[in-house]
Design a protein around this ligand. Structure first.
Ligand SMILES: Cc1ncc(COP(=O)(O)O)c(C=O)c1O
Length: 290
């Protein structure tokens, strides 16, 4: 798999091995920063504006003052692809922290945010997209501002690890039985031809793939009801699926070891996967080849 050696550091393009962080860096010491992950198909960013808008919502929410405009950040990310001759499927990770300063909880003054971004090759996971995945359920013990794409991911990391240890792909998070989202994706339940998912409150991340799904359902004439569903509703669900930039739209076929309906990916999930592939101009087509 290709390695892309050029990374973005502040406004410079440097070799990935030459990135150095000072000892006192606020992302390292406080998780005081935010990030974005943007999917790339055949060397082109997918849902680029949605991600850049969310990046700015996150920096504003935690009062990081960026001296760049959205257009400038986009241009830097586009140049990153060019400099790496990136023409395949992958993703970019971009991180912005409050900056480097002597350790103190209070915001430092006159400090520039630290920005970096790098590109990775990521093939589409055709096996999980076609066959679906198993998930566990897990208490959502995160803070009250999950709409911010913050670097503080410890509860998400713990939940995902628990899923992995139980041979599963993801963890569905719930607060007292109310399903919020997954550890690194949004989650949806289908019942009687309607899709249910948690409203975009402060308790979940408004996923960029979810924003795309909100468009697809209008074209497909499928009702999307932004009401939370309960863990107890899963036993009677027709379909369950999750969405994220890395996982696209992935069918969920078991929850805590029990099959969802007949344990097969459902019809509405398949329609949304097809809409996704069309929207992202994906060349190798999962649905056509299924
Ligand atoms: C907690 C959480 N929810 C939802 C998502 C999905 O967001 P997106 O569709 O923008 O990738 C992610 C993505 O990483 C996430 O970490």
């Amino acid at each position: 798999m290709s390695v892309f050696p050029v990374i973005l550091s502040q406004e410079k393009f440097i070799h990935r091995d030459s990135l150095k962080f000072p000892l006192e860096e606020r992302a390292l010491q406080f998780g005081d920063g935010i990030y974005e992950v943007i999917r790339i198909y055949n060397g082109t960013y997918y849902l680029f504006d949605e991600h850049i808008d969310r990046l700015f919502r996150s920096t504003e929410a935690i009062k990081i003052k960026l001296s760049h405009s959205k257009e400038e950040i986009k241009n830097l990310l586009l140049e990153l692809l060019e400099r790496n001759n990136m023409a395949e499927n992958g993703k970019v990770y971009m991180q912005i922290s409050r900056g480097s300063a002597p350790r103190d909880h209070v915001f430092p003054t006159n400090v520039e945010p630290n920005i970096y971004a790098y590109v990775q090759a990521v093939p589409r996971n055709l096996v999980t997209l076609k066959n679906g995945v198993g998930v566990i359920t897990h208490r959502d013990i995160r803070w009250e501002n999950c709409y911010i794409k913050s670097l503080n991911l410890l509860p998400n990391v713990m939940a995902k690890q628990e899923a992995k240890e139980q041979g599963c792909y993801e963890a569905i998070l719930h607060k007292d039985g109310v399903v919020t989202e997954c550890s690194s994706s949004n989650v949806y339940l289908v019942k009687d031809g309607k899709i249910y998912t948690h409203p975009t409150t402060r308790n979940i991340l408004h996923g960029c793939v979810r924003m795309a799904i909100e468009r697809f359902v209008t074209d497909l004439n499928i009702p999307l009801i932004e009401e939370p569903f309960m863990l107890d509703d899963i036993a009677n669900a027709d379909e369950l699926f999750l969405s994220s930039s890395t996982s696209e739209i992935t069918p969920i076929i078991t929850v805590d070891g029990s099959p969802v309906k007949d344990g097969m990916p459902g019809e509405i999930t398949r329609k949304l996967q097809a809409a996704y592939e069309k929207d992202a101009n994906i060349i190798e087509n999962l649905i056509a080849n299924a």
